[in-house]
Design a binder for this molecule. Structure first.
Ligand code: FAD
Length: 395
């Protein structure tokens, strides 16, 4: 089979890439085994929601998503220097919501539905091997091969495409594991996401529709495994205590997950007819809901560059196209990685001066309106790297 672009991987970054490319008129094949059930949720920030709406996929998500109108950060450490509690309102920057939280299984189902409406060729098996040459990329799947001018590697953290392009990564594992689960609770969440900063990492409750929330609880690996093995009723009591009964009595839903945390960045995002998007390109810990939002900006940026190249009659897998993608994504990914890493490490350290700087930063954020609004705007939608889809424009 011959195609212009083959997208490898059917997580959200791959699906958004395939949909955006197809809508831009690019011949696209999606090579993707159906993803396993993922009970995690994603807080999609405003730009990502706009992009999904522009691609025609948001309507199917809306009834499953809860708005994030407020973000509260509470220093729950027992250290000598503690940061003040800070509450941010989306209305401060003229938005109804910073974004929406949705279960990944609903997001993925909506994206598959949209891909089917657009008649995107979907080969529902894994890529077994990827081989690139100056003429194109050949992807081996069960019993056949796909030849493309460009392969989009959306195949996650252990990316086969990244290996095929010979791209190394810089990786550092943290001594932390995220325990993830969804909860029902007695009190309403008032569309407020609450992040308790503890000595082991954040404990974050993010609203879902109704009296439900998702939880990302970052702990040392042993304690996370212990809680993972704890019976649901007992676990609910432990979690309610950690949440200071903010949402009242809790009930744990089925589908608990454990995710060891690391930060990992590909040394190059595109080379030799292969472009990486999503976690194939970068992994960050779940602090400040940046991971997939970065991944969707990758997908939107790449689709934009490919669509422009095609209009000008340029080979969509050429060195110039790939270099442009690498350059356009580097600053956004690097700045988020550094910020998240610093914030996470400032929680883990007992070093007093670091605690003091952290406390002062939150104090200033709480008090200085322009600083606060600038940070909120940058967190939701980076000024320098908003691709057209994130601004509500078609490719
Ligand atoms: C606890 C936790 C909470 C998070 N919360 C948020 C949040 O609130 N907001 C946010 O923006 N981000 C969040 N993230 C990050 C977000 O989950 C990831 O960025 C996102 O899932 C990555 O999507 P992806 O499509 O790049 O990769 P994946 O979802 O990993 O998809 C990769 C796909 O590729 C497929 N694949 C692998 N190998 C092959 C192959 N050889 N051939 C074909 N297909 C292949 C896999 O089956 C998989 O379906 C969170 C992460 C964690 C761990």
């Amino acid at each position: 089979m011959k195609t212009e672009v083959a997208v490898i991987g059917g997580g959200p970054a791959g699906l958004v890439s395939a949909i955006a490319l197809a809508l831009a008129g690019v011949e696209t094949v999606l090579i993707a085994p159906r993803p396993e059930d993922d009970h995690r949720t994603t807080a999609l920030l405003a730009g990502s929601v706009t992009a999904l709406a522009t691609l025609g996929a948001w309507d199917a998500c809306m009834s499953h998503a809860a708005p994030l109108a407020f973000i509260r950060i509470v220093d729950d450490t027992r250290r000598l220097v503690r940061a003040p509690e800070v509450v941010f309102a989306a209305a401060e920057i003229g938005l109804e919501a910073f974004g929406y939280n949705i279960e990944n299984r609903h997001l993925i189902a909506a994206l598959y539905e949209r891909a089917a409406q657009l008649n995107i060729s979907h080969l529902p098996g894994p890529a077994l091997a990827v081989a690139n040459s100056p003429a194109g990329v050949s992807i081996e799947i069960a019993e056949s091969n796909v030849h493309a001018r460009l392969a989009v590697g959306a195949d996650g953290q252990r990316s086969l495409c990244r290996a095929a392009a010979g791209i190394n990564t810089a990786r550092r594992a943290y001594p932390q594991t995220a325990l993830t689960l969804n909860l029902t609770h007695a009190r309403p969440h008032e569309n407020t996401s609450t992040e308790f900063h503890t000595e082991s990492g954040p404990f974050t409750l993010v609203p879902l529709p109704g009296r439900r929330s998702s939880l990302v609880c970052v702990l040392g690996p042993a304690r996370a495994a212990e809680l993972f093995a704890t019976e649901d009723k007992e676990l609910a009591v432990v979690l309610e205590r950690r949440a200071h009964s903010l949402l009242g009595k809790m009930q744990v839903e089925a589908g608990c997950g454990l995710f060891p945390l690391a930060v990992e960045t590909a040394r190059c995002f595109a080379r030799d007819r292969i472009a990486l998007v999503g976690e194939a390109a970068h992994v960050v810990p779940p602090i400040g809901a940046q991971g997939l939002n970065l991944g969707l900006r990758d997908a939107a940026t790449l689709a934009e560059i490919v669509a422009d190249a095609r209009r000008q009659g340029i080979d969509v897998g050429s060195t110039g196209v790939l270099a442009s993608y690498d350059t356009q994504r580097r600053a956004d990914v690097t700045s988020r990685r550094i910020t998240i890493d610093l914030l996470n490490r400032s929680l883990l350290t007992d070093f007093l001066p670091v605690q003091a700087v952290r406390g002062l930063s939150f104090f200033l954020l709480d008090r200085i309106g322009p600083l606060r609004r600038a940070l909120l705007r940058e967190g939701v939608a980076p000024a320098a790297s908003q691709p057209r889809l994130m601004r509500g424009e078609m490719l």
